[in-house]
Design a protein around this ligand. Structure first.
Ligand SMILES: C[S@@+](CC[C@H](N)C(=O)[O-])C[C@H]1O[C@@H](n2cnc3c(N)ncnc32)[C@H](O)[C@@H]1O
Length: 249
């Protein structure tokens, strides 16, 4: 496996487990209500969770009566905890590098991925694998760091001479590796433009249903004024796509 496996790094893990979304699960993920709204009914469906992490979504899919759930991740630490936290025999976890993943054709009705595809180097290959694995009418729903967030050489806000706050966007059109400090130095992510995500999904033969540029709303900022900066740029890109064919919904 050539992919970086930073989630197995003990110092990285020590920081990662303190995130609200890893303490409280899906309820601690601010974008979850919108991401959830993009999902089809899971009842009786075969679900694949790409980059399943601690298995929060895999368990949710099981609770929502998926016929089977396959959670895939590169990190043994993430998978170990996912297995410990999951009692149901409907959910299977498997170690897998998404850059070389093969899935059986027609083996899933729903493929889901939360905040993982921006680690993958060969997105087109993966999307072709996903498209092939879906049955006609099947759904792909994923979230990634929004490209405006992932682009800059140095991430952060600045204050102009007139007191305006702005996000320092540079290198948006320069796709490829970004090496960040996030709990530890040297965390490698892949920056892609919005157009690349859209065109890669379209190129795989799937039909895009919805695209969401997720960030806090003005109402969220009224409740939590510390989010005011976040009205300047989205946090996450959420996308729902369908495999053409009979509708499952
Ligand atoms: C930000 S976490 C998201 C975990 C989970 N989906 C969630 O939302 O809580 C990203 C996950 O992707 C996994 N990952 C990163 N690169 C991967 C790769 N090439 N193949 C499989 N999993 C990968 C990491 O190990 C980690 O568990």
């Amino acid at each position: 496996m050539n992919a970086q496996n930073i989630y197995d790094d003990p110092d990285f893990q020590a920081g990662y487990v303190t995130l609200d979304r890893q303490v409280r699960g899906l309820d601690g993920a601010s974008e979850w209500p919108v991401l959830r709204s993009l999902l089809p009914d899971l009842e009786g469906r075969r679900v694949v969770d790409l980059g399943c992490g601690f298995g929060w979504f895999s368990r949710w899919a099981d609770e929502h009566h998926a016929a089977s759930v396959l959670g895939l991740d590169l990190s043994t630490k993430m998978l170990d905890r996912a297995r410990t936290d999951t009692a149901s025999a409907t959910v299977e976890y498997r170690r897998s590098d998404l850059d070389v993943l093969d899935l059986d054709p027609g083996s899933a009705e729903v493929v889901f991925s939360s905040l993982t595809l921006h680690y993958v180097q060969h997105l087109d290959r993966l999307l072709e694998t996903i498209a092939l694995s879906l049955t006609p009418g099947g759904s792909l729903v994923f979230s990634v760091e929004h490209p405006i967030l992932s682009a800059p050489s140095i991430q952060g806000f600045e204050t102009s001479a007139t007191g305006d706050r702005f996000w320092k966007l540079d290198n948006y059109l320069v796709e490829g590796e970004r090496v960040r400090t996030w709990f530890v130095d040297g965390v490698v992510k892949q920056h892609r433009t919005v157009a690349t995500y859209v065109n890669s999904v379209v190129g795989s033969g799937l039909t895009i249903e919805r695209l969401v540029e997720w960030g806090p709303t003005a109402v969220d900022v009224e409740v939590r004024p510390e989010l005011a900066d976040d009205l300047h740029r989205p946090w996450f890109l959420l996308l729902a796509a369908l495999k053409p064919g009979n509708q499952h919904r």
